[in-house]
Design a protein. Structure first.
Length: 183
């Protein structure tokens, strides 16, 4: 987990989305397990390409098509891996952000003031590999459920988020106490 120092810390890809009055507290990428499907597809495609190329002679056009198809699978994996490398999950002093996309950037934002419920869910595979899923309920009427999957260091991130979510309430309580003392 990378704890970001606001003065030196976050990447430029994250800093451009920060408000002037907020600090980046934690910046992480999704767990590499998010790439497991693409890796399995590429490896299965490679095995299939090798087996099929043994059945077809190299002079046939089908031989070329087999390897072009596997090349397309490999390019898809490279695109997903590159996209993963520029995607970030960010906890700031005021909100949760998920910055995704290699070609088209998408910034999903959930302000802490709107969060009604925040929970951590871990599957057996997630426990084994070290990732979890956050489920965030926010909004006023319809209670929107946002699922943030493949989060590394889920317990530490969850504790950090709960600590940051509590800060505005503690500050408000301190202001109320201070106001009573002045009167």
């Amino acid at each position: 987990m990378r704890l970001a120092d606001p003065r030196s810390g976050s990447t430029a890809a994250v800093n451009r989305y920060l408000l002037p009055t907020e600090d980046s507290i934690v910046t992480v990428r999704q767990h590499p397990a998010v790439l497991a499907g693409s890796v399995i597809t590429v490896l299965a495609g490679l095995v299939a390409a090798v087996v099929l190329s043994q059945l077809v002679s190299a002079s046939q056009p089908l031989y070329v098509v087999i390897w072009i198809a596997w090349g397309a699978l490999f390019l898809r994996f490279l695109f997903r891996a590159t996209s993963w490398s520029v995607d970030y999950f960010v906890i700031t002093s005021r909100r949760i952000m998920m910055i995704t996309g290699l070609v088209n950037r998408r910034v999903a934002v959930i302000p802490f003031l709107l969060v009604n419920d925040f929970s951590l869910h871990r599957s057996p595979v997630g426990r084994l590999l070290g990732f979890g899923e956050f489920r965030v309920r926010y909004g006023t009427r319809d209670q929107v459920l946002q699922r943030i999957q493949y989060m590394p260091f889920p317990e530490q991130l969850c504790l950090e988020i709960h600590q940051v979510m509590r800060r505005p309430h503690e500050a408000a309580a301190a202001d109320d106490t201070g106001a009573d003392e002045e009167i």
